[in-house]
Design a protein around this ligand. Structure first.
Ligand SMILES: C[S@@+](CC[C@H](N)C(=O)[O-])C[C@H]1O[C@@H](n2cnc3c(N)ncnc32)[C@H](O)[C@@H]1O
Length: 211
């Protein structure tokens, strides 16, 4: 049965959607947590979960894995996915940075999505940011050759850090940012993006492919 054949009326037990970090081997190839082999795309910081929900509904042939640190958002998203009865989605509550750096197998992901990452604007908090050289190294390692990385932010100062860190890498090539992720007028259609559109903010985005 395809992921979409199970309709939103067939609620899944939320336990089938949630993955516990402690249950995973080290290193982890995430394809093992899904019920069927398929390409795997991972989103860091899913927030209220809208992006992965729409992707999982639209692209039943892909397995989607969401990571969220904040318990409230994590539970909200897991319940939302369970209500839709989608079988091609899993979520885990953990620190995505540590997961990339210490847990993920090399070359196991087809795509990584990071939308509106927390900018931690105060200098003394910069060390908490997702985008730093070590984490980017780990993200690139986890991508398969040809795997893609998608990033969007509204934060000009953080963007000024992210963009050179990504663009300067010889193992990544910039590609067109897809126009079909969201509705016309949106980049990815996340909850934060919709809030920021109303505030008239500028968005920065980049898509890259691992050579
Ligand atoms: C600004 S919100 C954006 C949420 C969503 N991507 C959106 O655009 O609506 C950033 C999210 O990333 C989560 N987050 C931040 N750092 C994280 C980390 N290291 N690991 C997992 N989640 C993280 C936060 O809890 C928050 O939900």
């Amino acid at each position: 049965m395809s992921a979409m054949a199970e309709t939103q009326n067939e609620k899944l037990p939320v336990e089938k959607i949630i993955v516990e970090l402690e249950s995973l081997p080290k290193p982890t190839d995430l394809s093992g947590v899904f019920s069927r082999p398929a390409p795997v795309e991972l989103e860091v910081g899913i927030g209220k979960g809208g992006f992965l929900l729409e992707q999982a509904k639209a692209r039943g042939e892909v397995n989607f894995f969401g990571i969220e640190w904040a318990n409230e958002f994590f539970r909200f998203s897991a319940d939302r996915y369970a209500r839709w009865g989608l079988t091609n989605i899993r979520v885990m509550r953990t620190d995505a940075r540590a997961f990339f750096e210490a847990w993920l197998s090399p070359a196991c992901l087809d795509a990584v999505h990071v939308y509106f990452p927390d900018p931690w604007p105060k200098k003394r908090h910069h060390k908490r940011r997702f985008f730093r050289a070590e984490t980017i190294e780990a993200v690139v390692r986890a991508l398969k050759p040809g795997g893609r990385l998608f990033v969007a932010t509204d934060h000009a100062e953080y963007w000024a850090v992210i963009q050179p860190l990504l663009s300067s890498r010889a193992d990544l090539e910039e590609i067109e940012f897809p126009t079909n992720f969201a509705k016309p007028g949106e980049v990815v259609g996340t909850n934060f993006e919709r809030k920021y559109i109303k505030e008239g903010r500028t968005f920065y985005k980049i898509a890259l492919r691992k050579r």
